[in-house]
Write a protein that binds this ligand. Structure first.
Ligand code: HEC
Ligand code: HEC
Ligand code: HEC
Ligand code: HEC
Ligand code: HEC
Length: 246
């Protein structure tokens, strides 16, 4: 109930905000010139650039204070475009932090374990050599607004893994199963944790629960190596841990 009410308040705040909306948004820090200027660009008819701000606005990155310059470079303390844009390039410029081959390093500044795993994958090898491997944004979106779910993953993989391109067409189906397995295992582990609240737990149960969690974490972080068999094996280990609790 409380949640509903506060959602209502938040929603009406946004509606109010949009109705009265002069131009600037309530989110974002007002002393970040990238955000202030880009939020206002639709006046200049520059739809693409304005659209990008909308995209970012809804992202987990904004919620965690990861602003434009974290991925694009530039200087958010300068108010003119010329000064703010020093170091900012278009994505098709090899000097850009978001040039397709540079994207993993840019994201990997913060997402180290994903980058480490990704560098061990066929995908990375292809990206570096032939150029047709997926990079982080192929799967997570330009502004990284989404993570893949079992419902959406197959379609993403099918862009390349299909009979026409003859890149292993069994991948989309297997990826869907693996991701489904991960999400169900998360739920199951959480249920176990709730049942075996710490105070009632024996040392052995606590050990198995810890070990189960660590196996699931390993499965998730090895996901970016794109060795699906390995992901499944690690999740199986988690199930052995849970089975040992009785
Ligand atoms: C005073 C306005 C202004 C400020 C401040 C500003 N930009 Fe821009 N930016 C623009 C405009 C206008 C464009 C559209 C393309 C153009 O005209 O060059 C643009 C385009 C871009 C592009 C697309 C690539 C390109 O160069 O065209 C990126 C990426 C970008 N800005 C990032 C940033 C970042 C990051 C910051 C802050 C460090 C920032 N901008 C600050 C006005 C601004
Ligand atoms: C988490 C990293 C990240 C953040 C934060 C981010 N961007 Fe981007 N942005 C990217 C990537 C990666 C691309 C290239 C997308 C591609 O190649 O599909 C991009 C593309 C763009 C483009 C399109 C340029 C073109 O010419 O196609 C603009 C404009 C842009 N970003 C502006 C912004 C602004 C303004 C902000 C802050 C409000 C911002 N971005 C925040 C990662 C980010
Ligand atoms: C300046 C640091 C920073 C950079 C650069 C960055 N991220 Fe993030 N990212 C974060 C933080 C902080 C979070 C939210 C906390 C968390 O889940 O780790 C996050 C969350 C995410 C999530 C969602 C995780 C979840 O559990 O929902 C994805 C996916 C993601 N980032 C992908 C990317 C991609 C792709 C890039 C490059 C285009 C990128 N990030 C660049 C810091 C960063
Ligand atoms: C081929 C697709 C693909 C590529 C390429 C990819 N990811 Fe992911 N990523 C996924 C999937 C699927 C998940 C969801 C796994 C899950 O639910 O935990 C995920 C999850 C994540 C998460 C959230 C992890 C968590 O704890 O839930 C982050 C952060 C992330 N990826 C960052 C990156 C970064 C950084 C790169 C580039 C170095 C990258 N990803 C490349 C498919 C991809
Ligand atoms: C942009 C194209 C592209 C996308 C999108 C893509 N892949 Fe790949 N993938 C490749 C290429 C190229 C190879 C290397 C094939 C080879 O060497 O024969 C590959 C290889 C693989 C392999 C190892 C080879 C195998 O047959 O087992 C796996 C696993 C894999 N991809 C999983 C995925 C998953 C999961 C997704 C979706 C989340 C995905 N890929 C999305 C291009 C892509």
């Amino acid at each position: 109930m409380k949640v509903l009410i506060s959602c209502g308040i938040v929603a009406s705040f946004f509606v109010w905000n949009m109705l009265t909306a002069s131009v600037t948004y309530a989110y974002g820090s007002s002393n970040n010139s990238c955000i202030t200027c880009h939020s206002d660009l639709k006046k200049n008819g520059n739809k693409l650039v304005n659209f990008m701000v909308h995209d970012w606005k809804d992202s987990i990155h904004r919620k965690n204070g990861v602003n434009c310059e974290a991925c694009h470079g530039g200087n958010p303390l300068k108010s003119t475009k010329k000064e703010a844009h020093i170091g900012v390039f278009r994505p098709n410029n090899p000097k850009s932090t978001v040039y397709y081959k540079n994207i993993p390093t840019t994201c990997g500044k913060c997402h180290r374990s994903e980058l480490r795993a990704f560098k061990l994958s066929y995908h990375y090898k292809h990206l570096e050599t032939v150029g047709n491997g997926p990079n982080c944004v192929t799967c997570h979106g330009s502004m990284s607004t989404h993570i893949l779910t079992p419902e959406t993953i197959a379609a993403t993989c099918k862009h390349c893994h299909n009979y026409r391109l003859a890149i292993d067409p069994t991948v989309p189906g297997r990826a869907k199963s693996a991701l489904l397995l991960i999400s169900q295992s998360r739920l199951l582990l959480n249920a176990y944790k709730t049942i075996y609240k710490k105070e009632k737990t024996t040392a052995k149960t606590a050990w198995e629960l810890n070990s189960a969690k660590s196996n699931l974490d390993k499965a998730i972080s090895s996901w970016h190596k794109f060795n699906l068999e390995n992901v499944v094996r690690l999740v199986e280990n988690m199930y052995y841990n849970l089975k040992a609790i009785k």
